[in-house]
Every structure is written in C-alpha cells, then in structure tokens.
Design a protein around this ligand. Structure first.
Ligand code: MG
Length: 374
C-alpha cells in the first residue's frame, strides 16, 4: 500500500477509544473497528432491511446490507486513490446505516413522527447509538468501543441541540469544524452507490424504463457511448455497462476535484482538514448532472405509486407498534422493559428501529391480527 497522505487519519493522530484497550495483534486499530462492525448483530440485520424495495419483493434488489457493501467498495477505491486511511473509510461506510429502521426512509419518518415529543428519531444518530450503546457483545464495555474517528464519521449530521448532548463527538458541529476526509468521502460514496443502484433496481422492477432515463443526461450519454462501442447490446448487459460507467465517472470526478481542493486549500495535516471547508466534493460540472438524476429518482421511483403504497403500509406498521408499546410497555420483551424504566419512548424506538422488515411485520401480526391469538 502506498504511504498515506499527511492529512490522512492514522493511529498516531487518532483520539483513540473511550475505554482504553490493549493494542490489537497483527492488525491495526481501524481494521479492528471494521472487524467489530462486520461481527455485530446490527450489521447482520441489514440483510433484511429495505433500501427502496421491501425485502421480500424480490431476491435481487439491494437490501441495506448489499447497499452498505457497495458503499464500502466505492469508499475504499477512492480512499486508496487519495492515499487516505482505507480501513477507517471502510469502517465508516459499513457502519453508516446500522441505525436504520425497517422499511427504509418511510420507517425512519414514521418513527421520527412517533418520537417528536421525545427528542425525535434520526437514523444517523441511531447508527452512532448502536455502536456506542446498544450492541451487547463485549465484557468490558457497552457498544463496540470504536475509535473516535470512526464514530465521528458515522455521525454525518446533527442538530446543535443534539450535538450539545453528545459531548466530544458532537463538538465539531458546535465549532463548525469538518470531520476527516475519510468521513467526508464515505458520506459522498453513499450517494454514488444509491444514485446508481437505485437506477438499476428501478429498471429491474419495471417501475422506471430506459426510455424515461433519456431525460437524465448523464445516463443517456453513457448509454449512447456503450451502444456506440457495442452495437446491438441490450438488456442487462447494456444497463450494467451504462451504470458502471456512471459510477466510474462520479468517482473519478470526486477524486480529481478533491485533489484540487486539497491543493488549493494548502492542506498539509489532519488539523488543516478539520479547519478547512468541506474538501471532498464534485466538480461544478458534475453537480447539475447529479441533481437531474436525483430528481428523476425521486419523482419516478421513490414517489411511484407502487412504492408509496408500500411505504404507506410501512408507516402504519411502525405507528401501530410504537403506539401499542407506549400504551403498555409490558408487551415489550424483558430486556426492553428494563430499558423502558429509564426512558420509555427511547427504549421503544430502539426496539422498533432494530427490527428487520419481516420481524416488524411478524410483530405487527402478533399484536394486531385478532383472528390469530397465540
Ligand atoms: Mg446509506
């Protein structure tokens, strides 16, 4: 591996772990973080959580697990090109959605509405809560006891009210400082992954078509380039060849613009990164392309009536579950009843957020299907 850039996060400039541990053997501290994430329960649950399509709708659609793996792949490639800390960047990418509710954004919005009088619910904050508090695997601490920079990368955004409650990890939002380049990168790689795989899944589902995608210049130009190089290519190969070119175009644009930003800002250390404006960015030419693509996906796919029917049902499942547990916390499993003694709404939100799609549906049936009492 090439030597890391002077502004990369390394163990020597890290703020370390909250609970001191002996150093790992035969791997680095950030590798250990990545490994802990892969081994945690919340990570396995991602396999059964919706990205856009509900988990049981088809075996080939992205789930939150395969989404996270794609984010990690893109993050890692760009991190290497920029000589950043790949292990840290990968750890952040793999953990970024650990706090996501079942049923994708509809689930998050529904749980946030349920929690509006109790501090709200935000999946990003919940990802941090998962690795800091909720995972119960280690003898000496709650959570995964990750390195400061991994936790900082997971907490992408945060209101100043929440930042004040979070202590050292929230301080940068109060001071207006940027996280590491590794964290900035994982954030944008998330976007590259979903903007592209949602096109792929949208086409696979038949909810959007190749003809409609002609309205998206970055897609059309790449499709035309593929057809010019391979006349007659059609179907899955045409789609995949087009999408791989889009991913590459976005990643290369990000690498080049970020290099230019780092040079222009004269960044030479991690401290400089924290003090500088956001450096990981697309070029001015790429931004409008992405805006058109995002608008297309929102209007054509995320707001497609068949997707909205699914998300509307999901919203009701979350509301029903939350309401039933608020009404009678004795319906919660014992471990959450215990937590509910300190903070009932938060314990319920933790329980509901941890559910997979199918577990939430099963739990809903158990509580509400009056025809089947058992
Ligand atoms: Mg994501």
């Amino acid at each position: 591996m090439a030597e890391l850039a002077p502004y990369a996060v390394v163990e020597a400039n890290s703020r370390g772990r909250r609970v001191a541990e002996s150093p790992p053997v035969a791997r680095g501290e950030f590798q250990r973080d990545r490994d802990r994430i892969v081994h945690c329960t919340a990570f396995r649950r991602l396999e059964y959580k919706t990205q856009v399509f509900v988990n049981h709708e088809g075996d080939l659609f992205r789930t939150r697990l395969t989404h996270s793996i794609e984010v990690a792949q893109i993050t890692r490639s760009i991190a290497r090109a920029l000589r950043l800390n790949e292990d840290l960047a990968e750890a952040v990418a793999l953990a970024h959605d650990l706090g996501h509710t079942p049923f994708g954004h509809a689930g998050q919005d529904a749980l946030h509405a349920c929690m509006k009088d109790f501090g709200g619910f935000e999946h990003n904050l919940q990802s941090l809560r998962t690795v800091d508090v909720l995972e119960e695997s280690y003898a000496e601490f709650n959570g995964l006891n990750l390195m400061h920079e991994t936790r900082e990368g997971i907490l992408k955004h945060c209101s100043s009210k929440n930042a004040a409650l979070l202590g050292d990890i929230g301080q940068r939002f109060i001071d207006g400082r940027q996280p590491s380049l590794e964290a900035q990168l994982a954030n944008l790689a998330d976007e590259i992954a979903y903007n592209n795989h949602d096109v792929d899944d949208g086409l696979r589902s038949g909810l959007i078509t190749l003809e409609q995608l002609d309205a998206v210049p970055i897609f059309r130009r790449n499709r035309e380039a593929v057809e010019a190089a391979y006349p007659g290519l059609a179907g899955r190969r045409l789609i995949h060849e087009t999408i791989r070119r889009m991913i590459n175009m976005m990643a290369v644009d990000l690498i080049e613009q970020t290099r230019a930003n780092i040079a222009a800002a004269g960044v030479a250390s991690l401290d400089d990164v924290h003090a500088a404006p956001r450096l990981v960015a697309y070029s001015d030419g790429m931004l409008p392309e992405l805006r058109v693509l995002k608008t297309f996906l929102r209007e054509g796919l995320y707001h497609h009536f068949q997707v909205l029917r699914m998300t509307d049902k999901a919203r009701r499942i979350i509301q029903d579950l939350f309401g039933a547990f608020m009404n009678d916390p004795r319906l919660l499993p014992p471990q959450y009843q215990q937590m509910a003694r300190n903070d009932k709404p938060r314990a319920i939100a933790d329980y509901v957020a941890g559910m997979t799609d199918r577990y939430a549906m099963r739990e809903h049936r158990r509580l509400f299907a009056v025809g089947e009492i058992h």
